[in-house]
Ligand binder design. Structure first.
Ligand SMILES: [Zn+2]
Length: 241
């Protein structure tokens, strides 16, 4: 089993030598400030892109009152070819009157409209299309260990897992481990504390957050193997053109 990600500098495939690695050893970091927003501003100024520079300057000054980056992230996922749909703010259940993953789409206009109308919605991504997910719940709802951590370590070290193409961390400290899709469906509780999500399932994606403010975060950025990066995204769902 190998773990693949995407280099934060060159945006190309990155095979991890160790967890926590985010760029190729030879890729010079282009981040003099360490602040992506400030870097983007400097890049826009250098490129003489006044419009973008003004927008970024407003954000840097705190003038931009737009709530969280959820809408931007939802659009970015749709651009990767990931079918998305809105979840209730601070929650993992579908937005009222939505049909959940059945409404998931990569249609950018639809996605923009959803998050413009309800900017605080969390992001659901339908599984089984661009990736499947192993959902490892390390703690139960009451905070006690589920035993899944040991199951996960055993599974990971067994040599039986396919290559990993991204890992996100849930607010309860669980893991969403992303694989290339098998075409199969969901498999609940196939090991203690673990569910497998394929066709007919979904995950909550970063930077979605719980009501208490704790966020879902990327630990291993998704690899190009499970994204349509650089390709024309495939349209999914009832809103597809
Ligand atoms: Zn690189």
């Amino acid at each position: 089993m190998r773990i693949y990600s995407t280099c934060t500098v060159c945006d190309q495939q990155l095979m991890l030598a160790e967890l926590g690695q985010t760029q190729h050893p030879n890729c010079q970091t282009s981040s003099p400030t360490g602040d992506p927003l400030a870097d983007a501003f400097l890049a826009a100024v250098e490129a003489d892109d006044q419009h973008t520079a003004d927008q970024l300057a407003a954000q840097l000054d705190g003038v931009d009152q737009r709530p969280p980056q959820l809408g931007r992230a939802a659009v970015a996922y749709a651009e990767l070819g990931w079918p998305v749909f809105p979840l209730q703010p601070g929650d993992k259940i579908p937005y009222p009157r939505s049909r959940g993953f059945k409404d998931a789409t990569t249609n950018l206009d639809v996605v923009r409209r959803w998050w413009t109308n309800a900017p605080h919605c969390n992001i659901g991504v339908a599984t089984g299309h661009m990736f499947d997910v192993l959902d490892v719940d390390i703690t139960r709802k009451d905070g006690t260990p589920s035993g899944a951590l040991w199951e996960w370590v055993e599974l990971r070290d067994s040599g039986k897992l396919p290559d990993i193409h991204g890992i996100s961390i849930t607010p309860r400290g669980g893991l969403h481990v992303l694989f290339q899709p098998t075409g199969g469906g969901n498999l609940a509780g196939f090991r203690p504390g673990m569910d497998y999500r394929g066709r007919g399932g979904y995950i909550v994606a970063p930077p979605s957050r719980r009501a208490d403010g704790r966020r879902y975060q990327w630990w291993v950025r998704p690899s190009p193997h499970i994204t349509a990066r650089g390709q024309r995204p495939v349209e999914h769902g009832p809103h597809a053109a």
